[in-house]
Design a protein around this ligand. Structure first.
Ligand SMILES: N[C@@H](CCC(=O)N[C@@H](CS)C(=O)NCC(=O)O)C(=O)O
Length: 216
């Protein structure tokens, strides 16, 4: 069977994984799970990922892997080329640091399950998500500049080729814009975003290109 990605068009963690699959030329099918209808919290989806989050990748009939970091590292090990991690251990550690800054330091704070606890009002939710996206982008900008100083100025998040770091940065910048953050000051982050979005498989991974995206 081909791999099956359970995803939602605007889920940033799903975006990371479908982009990695496309970049590596791995065939997969997509099944939409609607976050706005809370389908991710249904028993049917918790059987794929006990915490009730997207994405989940069905790797064999009835066998699922969740958590985008785990999925992308598994894809890297099973399909090493084109690589999404540098061979050099230090550069690889920096790629992982960028991934985790987004995965652990920014994205969880904007999750629906969190926003629903923060406020019952749309404005209250947006203000919270704005604050943590802004805080995260400031940190990301500083980190990418620090990495440039070590490895030489790069056009992507880390270095001069697409890495897993870009797959985490680009969806996060999209989210930051959604929550009203002025991203213009983060010029190093925006350079990485532009470079990554110009790579061959970036376009098809974008939210608005997903089958469950609303028609514009
Ligand atoms: N660390 C997880 C994050 C997964 C996650 O938080 N997914 C979000 C969508 S981007 C979700 O399913 N949220 C559901 C909710 O908040 O109820 C990963 O990288 O896969």
């Amino acid at each position: 069977m081909s791999l099956v990605l359970y995803q939602y068009w605007r889920s940033s963690a799903s975006w990371r994984v479908r982009w990695a699959l496309a970049h590596k030329g791995i065939a997969f099918d997509k099944v939409a799970v609607n976050l706005l209808k809370s389908e991710q919290r249904a028993d049917e989806h918790r059987a794929r990922n006990p915490i009730g989050h997207l994405p989940a990748l069905e790797v064999a009939p009835g066998r699922y892997l969740a958590e985008s970091v785990a999925i992308i590292e598994w894809l890297e090990e099973t399909h090493p080329t084109p690589a999404l991690y540098p061979a050099d251990p230090w550069a690889k550690a920096r790629v992982r640091q960028v991934c985790e800054l987004v995965n652990a330091g920014i994205q969880p704070l904007q999750n629906l399950v969190v926003l629903d606890k923060v406020s019952s009002e749309a404005e209250g939710k947006k203000a919270w998500a704005h604050e943590f996206n802004l805080r995260g982008l400031k940190a990301l900008e500083a980190l990418l500049r620090e990495i440039d100083a070590e490895l030489g100025e790069g056009s992507f998040a880390v270095g001069s080729t697409l890495t897993a770091a870009d797959l985490f940065v680009v969806p996060q910048v999209y989210s930051a814009r959604r929550f009203g953050v002025d991203v213009a000051p983060f010029t190093r982050v925006l350079r990485a975003e532009a470079s990554a979005l110009a790579t061959p498989h970036a376009d098809g991974a974008r939210p608005e290109k997903q089958p469950d995206a609303p028609a514009t």
